[in-house]
Each structure stands twice: as C-alpha cells, then as structure tokens.
Design a binder for this molecule. Structure first.
Ligand SMILES: O=C(O)C1=C[C@@H](OP(=O)(O)O)[C@@H](O)[C@H](O)C1
Ligand SMILES: C=C(OP(=O)(O)O)C(=O)O
Length: 461
C-alpha cells in the first residue's frame, strides 16, 4: 500500500535555522568510481549515504571493487575503497540515478565478461543513446539503445563524436573511465549546447585531482590521456543543490537559513543559488566558517573534493590543501520576486526556483532547460501540472517555464518519483496551507533525512 501523502508543514513564523548538509551526490559518485579505478586502495570521506550513492556502491561491488565502511556519522560515511580487476558476469541496478546509468557502463566495458544493466521503470525512458553509441564506436558491444542492456568489452578508446545536448553525463561518464582505455579518449560534442557544464568541470577537476591528464581547452572537445588513476584520500563537499529548498524557506518565510561549510570555490551547480536567490529578493552573505586546517594559506580547490590529497596529483596522497569554506547565510523578506533566468548550466535547481516563482509577486521565466524532460521525470511538464493543480499559472515553453503570480490553494502535489519535485512541494507548502506531497520518501534519492531536516528547520529558533 502506498504511504499516505505527506502534509507539508506551513510556516507559522520566519525560520531561523542552521542546516548542515550531507555530501554531494555528484561528488560522491564520481569519487567512489575514481577510487574503484585507481592504482591502489584509497579513502572517500564524508560520502553521501542515499539511494543514488548506495546504487553506485552496489554497482562497483558487482564489478569487483571492495568497499568497506570505516566510519559512519551524520556527516556521511567514510569508505575504504580497494580496487580489483574489473569483473564481468554481474548485473547493475541503476535505480533512477543518472550518475549510475551514465558513469558505470564505460567501466563495465573494461570488464572480463558481459555486464547487464537495468533500473526503475522510468529509467528505461531516460536518454542513453548517445553514450551507448559512443561506447560502441570505441569498441564495446551493447544489445539495446536504452535500459535494459548488456554491455561487453573489450573497449580500446580513441576518438568519438556525440550529441551531449541531452545530458552532460554522457561526457562525464566517458571522461571518468577514459584514462583506463588503451588509447584514452577524445570526445567531440556536435549539436545544441551541452547543459550542466559545471558538472563537466567537476569531472575534469576531479580527474586532475587524481593525476589524470585532461585537456578541456577547446570548446566542446575533451581529451583524456591513458594512464594510471592515483589512489587518494578524498573528502566530499556538502551537497549545495540540496541546500536549495532550505534556502528557499528563508525567502518564503522572511527568515534566515545558514548552511555551514559552503565551499568558497566549487564546481557544484548549487553555488549559483547565491546569485539566483539574490535576484529573487534574498540577502546572501558568506561569513567565515570553521575552515579546516590549512585552508587559508593554500587557497581553495574546486574539484568537489576537500582534504588531504585532493589537489596534489603528483604527491604521495597526503597533500595538505583544504579549500576555504564559509557559512552561507540567506535572509528573506517574505516577499519573493520573480526571475528571468537561463538555468542551462544549473538545471537541477529548476524545481526549487519554479516553486519560489509560483509564490512570487512578479512573473518569472526559466529558460535553457529543455533537457529537464529527460531527468527523473519530464520536469517541465511535472512542474507546470503540479503548480497549476494548486491554482497557479505555469506554462511550459519549448525550453523552460513561464510562471505568473496567482494565489495558490492546498491540494496534492505529485512527485513523479523525483526527489526535487517532492522538495519543491515542501517549499510551496510553507506558504500554502494543506499541500500534501505524494511520495515524500522519494527524497531518499539524494537526501534520506529530508523530512527530519525540514521539521527541525521549522522548529529551530
Ligand atoms: O554529472 C552529474 O553529477 C549531474 C549532471 C547533471 O545532469 P544533466 O546534464 O543530465 O542535467 C545534473 O542535472 C545531475 O543532477 C547531476
Ligand atoms: C537530474 C538529477 O539527477 P540524476 O543524477 O539522476 O540525473 C538531479 O538530481 O536533479
């Protein structure tokens, strides 16, 4: 029997809360995969524990990696990762995780036998063609153009042209494993603009942090030289995209929300919230936080990794560079302004920005995010449908949404198995009584503690 819909709490006063966030999904799944491909045992600290991260752990285990939890706390899990020969014959469940369905197949193509892949029903609809075609052209055999499929190597690498306008993860997935391909890789994108470029920068910076030579100097072309991937001790940054609904609560309620350990320099898409929320009426400041030792002298890294070894590709894995962090403080007035924004680079922030737009006093236009139709659900259709179901005025455009002010009323907000739809419903519920979010449990994709964190935020003073 499905769980009852979650009554989204309505804020009765401005929120005043400090919300520490668990590790980034994008950094965690890259760090685990790179550790599994490394030339020796390594450690990934403060890794996210969530459905997507658990799926990555299970996938890497199925391919022969040993992952042992060393320590687990509210800050995440520290994994000891011991690579093994990449083993075929297994099965990978990708769930609904883009990072698993796009990042693991290139690794599986290095295995000594076939590896099968499948996922949630909607995962079969998410775009896979360009990356599977690319792997074929590099030597792999694959029996389908979408999930489910079975992939067999060997794969030698080389040059490939693809259209990555559907997802930056096609590029990131190929780049992450490419140092292990005999010929490395040269990827050339041809087509409409690639979305989520900061996520590709995250891939490039994390590869460089483990000693891989990457040339990303030419627009739409990326080159990785074959070579070893260095074992490292890496620490994952907090998930800045998951900060979005909490920071939105400051705007909606006229309160203040502080996120500790916000990296001063980062490739995470969530960093764009500072500008986006300012445009929507917030005051955003960074105050010196509790920087880890070594932070001030060395300056920031931007690999998505912090901690020993993260930025010294040639050292013995104990380099002493820790990026500076700050407390990010966002204060709202209770009045939200509409926004006209191109979110192509930071598409995963769209559901929260759309929720704010639905509560804004002036119209909003969100552009550049046609690729969201291939996310956990068709997010443009889902957002328009659910905002309008509550009495709002949201219109889908070819590449985004137009949202005009209109008073909202209570009702069911469907989440379509999409964690960010569920949290968008929670944001609207702060201001609109009797919003019920269907399947709030889907937040476990990247933030299993969402409900407890949301409740704690509303209860703290
Ligand atoms: O590489 C990554 O970790 C991600 C890339 C982006 O995917 P798209 O380029 O498909 O939007 C982003 O939306 C997703 O949440 C995570
Ligand atoms: C698009 C997202 O996820 P995925 O990694 O599954 O693509 C997201 O988290 O917003």
């Amino acid at each position: 029997m499905p769980a009852p819909h979650w009554p989204a709490p309505t804020a009765t006063a401005p929120v005043t809360a400090t919300v520490p966030l668990p590790g980034s999904k994008s950094v965690t799944n890259r760090a685990l995969l790179l550790a599994a491909l490394a030339d020796g045992p390594g450690v990934v600290r403060q890794a996210l524990r969530s459905r997507d991260a658990d799926l990555m752990v299970a996938a890497l285990r199925a391919l022969g990696t040993t992952l042992t939890p060393m320590r687990e706390s509210s800050a995440g899990v520290d994994w000891q990762v011991t690579p093994g020969p990449i083993r075929g014959g297994g099965h990978v469940d990708v769930g609904l995780a883009g990072t698993v369905m796009r990042f693991v197949p290139p690794v599986a193509a290095l295995a000594d036998g076939p590896v099968s892949f499948d996922g949630d029903p909607h995962a079969r609809k998410r775009p896979m063609g360009p990356i599977l075609d690319a792997l074929r052209s590099l030597g792999a055999r694959i029996d389908n153009d979408a999930l489910p499929f079975t992939i067999s190597g060997p794969l030698s690498g080389g040059e490939v042209t693809l259209d990555a306008s559907g997802s930056s993860q096609f590029v990131s997935g190929l780049l992450l494993a490419a140092a292990r391909f005999e010929k490395g890789i040269t990827i050339r994108h041809v087509g409409p603009p690639v979305p989520s470029l900061p996520h590709i920068e995250m891939t490039v910076e994390m590869l460089r942090a483990v000693g891989v030579r990457v040339d990303a100097g030419e627009r739409d072309v990326w080159r990785v030289e074959p070579g070893p991937i260095a074992a490292r001790d890496m620490t994952v940054e907090p998930d800045l995209s998951n900060a979005a609904p909490f920071l939105a609560a400051a705007l909606v309620t006229g309160g203040t929300v502080t996120i500790p350990a916000w990296p001063l320099r980062t490739t995470q898409a969530g960093d764009a919230l500072r500008d986006l929320l300012t445009t929507m009426g917030a005051t955003v400041t960074r105050t010196p936080g509790l920087a880890a030792p070594g932070a001030d002298s060395a300056g920031p890294a931007a690999s998505g990794l912090t901690g020993p070894g993260a930025s010294d590709p040639t050292g013995p894995g104990t380099a002493d560079l820790v990026p500076g962090t700050a407390d990010l403080v966002v204060t709202g007035t209770g009045r939200v302004s509409g926004i006209d924004a191109d979110l192509r680079d930071v598409g995963e922030l769209t559901p929260t920005i759309a929720a704010l737009a639905a509560l804004a006093s002036t119209p909003s236009r969100i552009r550049g995010v046609a690729h969201l139709r291939g996310h956990e659900t068709d997010r443009l259709a889902a957002l328009a449908t659910e905002i309008n179901r509550l009495g709002g005025d949201a219109e889908e455009t070819e590449d985004g949404l137009i949202i005009r002010p209109r008073p909202l009323h209570g009702g069911t907000f469907h989440s379509y198995d999409d964690h960010r739809m569920a949290t968008a419903g929670a944001v609207i519920g702060l201001a609109v009584p009797e919003v019920r979010v269907e399947n709030i449990a889907t937040t476990a994709k990247t933030l299993p503690e969402f409900v407890q964190m949301w409740t704690a935020m509303l209860e703290s003073r």
